[in-house]
Write a new protein. Structure first.
Length: 283
């Protein structure tokens, strides 16, 4: 079914309830690689329930399954890629709790023969008082769904500072990292089944983009926030290439008065895996 524009902009999914426990917060931190050194006192509060802290990007999985499905929008799921992810944090994500998720289609752009760009938003609120917790924006690139008569996408310029990075951090992913991260909600077999990965053109299963997204958040926490998650206001990335479990990721970061820019690469493969990374933090 082709994209029905502009009717697609009226699609909504409201009032879905989700809950999570401290176990989920602990699992998420472990799944993005925190706690590899059990004696690291900076990371221990994210992986041990004593005075438990949550990684800001935990917001991306606490309501996993919320949102408008590709099928409702008229997309070919098998030819739809995760292009960008962003979160605005209205308050720190609690280690355990409940949310109400309200989702909608924000925008759909027609790139002709190249496909379509679809931007979806999910707003998470506290059911007890209606207060905002987080706003998640997820952008998909649908390679088979262009030429539907919609508007063209305006170019977005996100230039990083033209100077040496203020910090450069390395993170070694594990060979089993995708198998662990999928327990946070995304059970796509592309990240676990070699046959599915081969059919998609990969030699091995790939790491979840949202795992790399979380690793980048971890880098900002370490480089500029003294591991204080309450200082985060927003975090966004553009996915530019897959990460394979076992890759060493190098993240370059620039901080301009709380506006943090970052890029992530896998030097061994000469691959840029995250572009246009942006975080807003309280100095």
């Amino acid at each position: 079914m082709p994209i029905d524009y502009p009717a697609v902009l009226t699609l909504k999914e409201e009032g879905r309830r989700f809950s999570w426990t401290e176990r989920d917060a602990l699992l998420y931190a472990l799944a993005i690689g925190m706690g590899a050194d059990p004696l690291d006192r900076d990371e221990l509060p994210f992986v041990y329930e004593k005075n438990l802290k949550t990684v800001p990007t935990f917001a991306a999985v606490i309501a996993w399954g919320a949102g408008i499905s590709p099928e409702r929008i008229g997309l070919d799921r098998k030819r739809t890629l995760h292009g960008e992810e962003a979160v605005t944090l209205h308050r720190p994500v609690p280690a355990a709790g409940d949310v109400v998720a309200d989702s909608r289609v924000v925008a759909v752009y027609d790139k002709g023969e190249k496909g379509a760009v679809v931007e979806r938003e999910t707003v998470l609120t506290d059911p007890a008082n209606g207060e905002l917790i987080a706003t998640i924006t997820r952008t998909a690139f649908a390679m088979a769904d262009g030429d539907f008569g919609g508007p063209a996408q305006a170019p977005v310029q996100r230039n990083r500072p033209q100077r040496k990075p203020d910090a450069v951090l390395e993170f070694q992913t594990r060979r089993d990292q995708a198998l662990l991260y999928r327990l946070c909600g995304d059970r796509n077999p592309l990240h676990a089944d070699p046959d599915v990965a081969n059919a998609a053109g990969f030699d091995t299963p790939i790491l979840h983009g949202l795992c790399t997204y979380g690793i980048c958040c971890r880098a900002v926490l370490q480089a500029f926030c003294r591991f204080e998650p309450e200082r985060f206001r927003s975090h966004s990335v553009r996915f530019s290439a897959p990460v394979f479990p076992g890759d060493l990721i190098t993240i370059k970061l620039w901080n301009d008065d709380g506006d943090v820019s970052f890029e992530a690469d896998v030097p061994a493969r000469n691959a840029s895996v995250i572009k246009n990374g942006k975080s807003r933090i309280v100095q």
